[in-house]
Design a protein around this ligand. Structure first.
Ligand code: DAH
Length: 349
């Protein structure tokens, strides 16, 4: 389309070039240049107004058509598989170059999880990853939290709008204990053949917390599960003490203090003698470090997974990862971990 009026022709040129670059094409209709042309009409001598106005209207119409055409084309594009790796959808010359790996490094939490799982692996445990969306059954019911029990509220659990088959909202797991039932069921057969269940499950967990330097909505835990004939609390203590000695490279005392979890009976909190690297002075408050929750797996939890608690017993524990990494490295704010800040991450290269 060509325009008689040089001003309209110039604006048409500018706007068509801009249109090609705009991400949101409809924004072209809000261009200030177009508005300025309309604003000019009343300033013209009356006999010129009609033809000038007509030209601007044509320009506006042309732009509207461009927008409509673009929309039609966008809608007509073949659907892409958004879950496919980029090479399926992207022509060869448009693919981004991969960054050289030597510029990257492991996230400090990954390094920590690898260290911990490696120790348990050498102690005969297998590693099973947890999951990042789960249901009410695995979060609570299978862990012996009765329906409506106030202990459910302690977990500040995020729930989705989407419901499961029992009409309960799906949940973002608030602890890695959600895997206990699955692991017990999956390994039951091996247990009956005489092989103990010995599993650790690390992963992300989520809680609806008020955020501050020590509270984050997303953090990490590692869960441990051990079941066999004749398992007792002494074995729980020995296992965790062996792990902690290996982890800190020191022979440390541990002690159990009574606690409450619906899925263990008895339940404990394990405190470890504060390792030298984390001790500031010799005061009594500095002596013990409360590290994790643990206990003997509740008979109801075993029963729900089809394991006879008269024949088998077991222990379990759950440890948070972030606090450990923070103490070891003098990190003052838990929110650094999810921040993606390079200044933070580069300290751990
Ligand atoms: N799931 C508990 C929490 O997040 C931690 C825990 C305690 C895990 C005792 C266990 C356990 O397996 O036996 O607070």
């Amino acid at each position: 389309m060509s325009y008689q009026n040089p001003k309209v022709a110039e604006v048409a040129d500018v706007l068509k070039r801009r249109f090609a670059e705009l991400e949101n094409k409809a924004d072209i209709l809000k261009a200030v240049e177009l508005k300025a042309l309309y604003a000019e009409i009343p300033t013209l001598p009356p006999e010129q107004r009609a033809s000038f106005g007509k030209e601007i209207n044509s320009l506006k119409q042309e732009l509207q058509e461009l927008v409509a055409k673009h929309q039609e084309q966008a809608e007509a594009l073949p659907p892409i598989d958004v879950t496919a790796p980029f090479d399926v959808n992207t022509p060869i010359d448009k693919r981004p170059k991969l960054l050289p790996t030597e510029h990257g490094s492991k996230h400090p939490l990954t390094t920590e999880i690898e260290r911990i799982t490696d120790i348990f692996y050498r102690m005969g445990f297998e590693v099973v990853e947890s999951r990042e969306i789960d249901d009410e059954y695995h979060m609570f019911t299978a862990l012996n939290f009765p329906a409506g029990h106030p202990a459910r509220d302690d977990y500040d659990t995020f729930m989705t709008v989407q419901k499961d088959k029992n009409d309960h909202p799906l949940v973002a797991p608030a602890h890695t204990s959600t895997m206990q039932h699955r692991v017990l069921k999956a390994y039951k057969e091996r247990l009956e053949k005489g092989e103990p269940i010995a599993i650790v499950t690390p992963d992300r967990v989520f809680r609806n917390e008020d955020l501050d330097a020590t509270h984050e909505h997303t953090f990490h835990q590692i869960e441990g599960i051990y079941v066999d004939k004749g398992v007792h609390a002494g074995m729980l203590i020995a296992t965790l003490k062996t792990y902690l000695n290996e982890y800190f490279g020191e022979n440390l005392e541990v002690k159990l203090q009574p606690f409450y979890f619906p899925f263990t009976e008895p339940s404990f909190e394990l405190a470890v003698e504060r390792p030298a690297i984390l001790r500031k002075d010799d005061s009594e408050e500095q002596k013990w470090l409360e590290l994790l929750g643990c206990g003997m797996i509740h008979p109801n939890v075993l029963k729900m997974a089809g394991i006879d608690p008269e024949v088998y017993t077991g222990f379990a524990w759950g440890q948070g990862i972030e606090r450990m990494v923070m103490m070891k490295n003098g990190i003052e704010d838990i929110r650094h971990f999810q921040s993606g800040k390079l200044e933070f991450l580069r300290q751990f290269v």
